[in-house]
Design a protein around this ligand. Structure first.
Ligand code: 5MM
Length: 339
């Protein structure tokens, strides 16, 4: 394990003004996204869409890295250049999703555990050879009257920590993502409690598995009211609660925290990140690793004409990347959005 290389990759992922583009949708998820724009999901359309995103002019200015799905890591542009080479020449670090999805947790109806540890050492070795320098594993935790159970949190945090240790052994920076889902009518306080518990368990497990925190990234969900809650917390309340929760549970030696958008609107996700960074300076950089909140305007634009709208689709991505880059510095204003 090259400790210095791990640390320098992790730091580059959360460099000032930059964040991560999450385009690691698995087959089922990308089909769902394409269904919304009436585009058939084939290996070619998936390649065309992701080629458009990754060849956005100036993408490396605000995007430090992109998380790919296995298929994309192996694909080439229509002209035959590997997408990994495209990323490297744009200054975008290649990342790879390595979990194999969330599956029902036996004995705990309605709860999920993320799988993918079997054979992971060998898969990571191949991914490193293909050019991946960081990886991602997502666990999902739901809030309801009866969930999450201790068993769900423990099983997922144990798997996240074992995945992280294997990544570092392979020279790959682990991004650990324990997503507390936004779905439901829960309050900000309920979300705080569950998020704090999950993060504390996660870092206990990371210590047990000897994960080097200086070479690891947390992909966190924000502390936010459920999407069906009647009296949803304001931007300022979400920012304060999220930062407070992280300070209570995340060790200062961690290289950085990036957020998922989790169903928030594009501008809402940017405003929350900005409000956090306006609050002050923390032990770790606070940045973004958005999927939907970075891609949504581009997906709609491209879907209107997948041949003619490549340039205009890229302009939409460049705009959202710049807005979120400014939010990592606490320099975003909603007036910067086109009316
Ligand atoms: C881009 O979506 C990722 C893959 O999802 P599936 O495994 O379900 O296909 C997802 O893990 C994503 O990286 C994170 O949830 C963050 O994306 P959002 O859209 O929540 O910002």
């Amino acid at each position: 394990m090259d400790i210095k290389a791990l640390i320098s990759t992790a730091q580059a992922m959360v460099a000032d003004g930059k964040g991560i583009l999450a385009i690691d949708e698995s087959g089922g998820t990308i089909k769902k996204r394409f269904d919304t724009i009436g585009v058939e999901s084939t290996a070619e359309t998936r390649r065309d869409y992701r080629e458009m995103l990754l060849t956005t002019p100036g993408i490396g200015e605000h995007i430090s890295g992109a998380i790919l799905f296995d298929e994309t890591l192996r694909q080439s542009t229509a002209e035959g250049k590997s997408l990994v080479a495209v990323m490297e020449s744009a200054g975008v670090i290649p990342g790879i999703k390595v979990d194999t999805g969330a599956h029902p947790l036996a004995g705990h109806p309605g709860e999920l555990v993320t799988e993918g540890l079997d054979g992971l050492r060998e898969r990571l070795k191949e991914y490193a050879e293909l050019g991946a320098r960081f990886a991602k594993w997502r666990a999902v935790i739901s809030i309801s009257e009866s969930t999450p159970s201790d068993a769900c949190i423990n099983a997922n945090c144990h798997a996240l920590a074992r995945y992280a240790a294997l990544c570092q052994e392979a020279g790959i920076v682990p991004m650990v993502e324990p997503e507390v889902l936004i779905n439901g009518d829960h309050s900000l306080e309920d979300c705080y409690e569950v998020t704090e518990l999950a993060l504390r368990r996660l870092f206990e497990q990371m210590y047990d598995q000897n994960v080097m925190l200086e070479g690891a990234i947390l992909k966190a969900s924000m502390v936010i009211s459920g999407d069906e809650a009647t009296d949803r917390a304001s931007v300022a309340e979400v920012a304060e609660a999220t930062v407070d929760c992280l300070l209570q549970s995340v060790p200062g030696s961690l290289a950085g925290v990036v957020f998922l958008s989790g169903g928030q609107g594009d501008e809402e996700a940017t405003a929350h990140l900005d409000a956090m960074n306006k609050l002050g300076i923390f032990p770790w950089p606070l940045s973004f690793s958005y999927g939907r909140a970075l891609q949504h305007p581009t997906l709609i634009e491209w879907g209107a004409d997948i041949v003619a709208n490549v340039g205009s689709g890229q302009a939409k991505l460049a705009h959202r990347a710049r807005m979120n880059g400014l939010a990592t510095l606490g320099q975003y204003e909603s007036s910067m959005e086109p009316g």
